[in-house]
Design a protein around this ligand. Structure first.
Ligand SMILES: Cc1ncc(COP(=O)(O)O)c(C=O)c1O
Length: 432
């Protein structure tokens, strides 16, 4: 086989092997490829570059930590200064009294939360509580539990039997209620919920939905696990996103924006109630779980510098302050013939969904649209039915305007291509 040797995640390698887009450098909201072409990064990398690219403060913190103690295990009784400091900093900012379990990313965090939810129930004498509830369109990463919890159908296919989970429609509290009642609340360990569904197509929750899920969890005993991998660190204008609804989760999974993606890091905020059986006394139960890079000092140093930037530059609140401006500039695209809906308005993230007709006409239409928008100099994220945007929190109205123009350009190019194909097939039909 010819072409690249790099197997890209989630990629059609039959095509990509000869057509990679190779990035070279980045500065704030801009990224340049190796040919020198500049793009507006409307996706903040992969929903993570909240403070923008190329921040010297993070670079300096990472370099200083590398010089001192680049890496060291944090298993058993080992620790390092950055991990202790970061655990304190996160706990101070969390919406509930908590402990922190670190890993390398969001998928790690989801599997940690799923295992801990089951292990907690086993420890307190309710070992039948093993079932996990999740929602259609939800995305919870690629590890074992995350794949089973995921609600994007194509991501679940072909892997054989997955862990048994209960999946309910993402917008129906009633369906969740009924599903838990049907299996029996005494069998349900936890409900996993993204405050705003991200990769599945940017679905903000209906008013009252999140409060309703929290109340259902309270009533049935199911642990509320908030997947804030996208929504935290300013994307919704608060530290963990979920504060906007005033509910108290049992656990919060975070990653991405915790370092703005400069280095890989994720973890779980674990409420003191869930930690208690494991922390209460010496020779107590041990949570036998942890990955090699948990508590990696250099990754934690990057996170500390990133948190300082979010705070000192006033970026934390911008995810909320600018949510309406981003939505307003994209909303008129809903009138485009190829568009079914524009979603957003909660956090600096939005999606433009294509019409059923456009999606039916050509199975790869979303990828094709994303490429056309890219040709106009804007990087957007293709999903199953929509393209999504989530620019760095340093972006402002002038960038939102460019994003809207780029998407409109892509839609028009797509439409022109469809017309041309139609004309060609009409001509062919007339010839015979
Ligand atoms: C909501 C959510 N959860 C979990 C994950 C998985 O995170 P990671 O890719 O860092 O493993 C993602 C990644 O996009 C995500 O968006």
């Amino acid at each position: 086989m010819t072409g690249t040797r790099f197997w890209h995640p989630y990629a059609d390698m039959g095509s990509v092997r000869h057509s990679e887009l190779v990035m070279d450098h980045a500065e704030d909201v801009w990224v340049w490829d190796t040919d020198g072409k500049r793009y507006l990064d409307a996706t903040a990398g992969l929903w993570y570059a909240n403070v923008g690219h190329g921040r010297p403060e993070i670079r300096a913190a990472v370099a200083a930590q590398m010089e001192r103690l680049g890496a060291y295990s944090a298993f058993f009784d080992l620790a390092n200064r950055p991990v202790l400091e970061l655990a304190e900093a996160l706990a101070e900012r969390a919406p509930m009294p908590s402990r922190v379990f670190f890993g390398s990313g969001g998928s790690d965090g989801i599997d940690t939360a799923a295992k801990l939810a089951r292990r907690y129930w086993w420890e307190v004498g309710e070992g039948d509580r093993t079932l996990l509830v999740s929602r259609t369109a939800g995305y919870h990463g690629t590890h074992g539990f995350g794949t089973a919890l995921g609600g994007i159908a194509s991501n679940r296919h072909g892997f054989g039997p997955l862990t048994d989970t209960i999946q309910v429609r993402h917008d129906s509290l009633e369906e969740m209620n009924q599903a838990i009642a049907r299996v029996g609340p005494e069998r349900v360990a936890a409900v996993f919920l993204e405050p705003v569904i991200g990769a599945g197509g940017v679905y903000p929750p209906a008013p009252g939905y999140i409060e309703g899920v929290a109340e259902l969890c309270e009533r049935t005993g199911a642990l509320l696990v908030v997947d804030a991998v996208i929504c935290a660190f300013g994307r919704l204008g608060t530290w963990f996103g979920i504060e906007r609804w005033g509910v108290t989760p049992a656990m919060i999974v975070f990653a991405k924006g915790v370092t703005s993606g400069y280095l890989p890091l994720g973890g779980v905020m674990i409420s003191d109630r869930i930690a208690e059986p494991f922390w209460a006394k010496p020779r107590g139960p041990i949570f036998r779980h942890g990955s090699t890079y948990a508590g990696h000092p250099t990754c934690c140093a990057a996170a500390l510098a990133n948190i300082a930037l979010l705070e000192c530059d006033g970026l934390l609140g911008r995810g909320r302050e600018q949510e309406q401006a981003l939505f307003d500039v994209l909303a008129p695209l809903a009138d485009h013939e190829l568009v079914a809906e524009v979603r957003g308005g909660v956090g600096t993230m939005a999606a433009v969904e294509l019409s059923a007709e456009a999606l039916d006409r050509e199975p790869r239409v979303i990828a094709s649209l994303a490429r056309k928008v890219r040709a106009a100099g804007i990087l957007v994220r293709p999903g199953a039915r929509a393209i999504a945007v989530s620019p760095p929190l340093t972006a402002g109205p002038e960038h939102f305007e460019l994003i809207a123009q780029g998407i409109e350009h892509g839609l028009n190019a797509l439409q022109a291509e469809a017309f041309a194909a139609q004309r060609a097939s009409d001509t062919l039909a007339r010839a015979f």
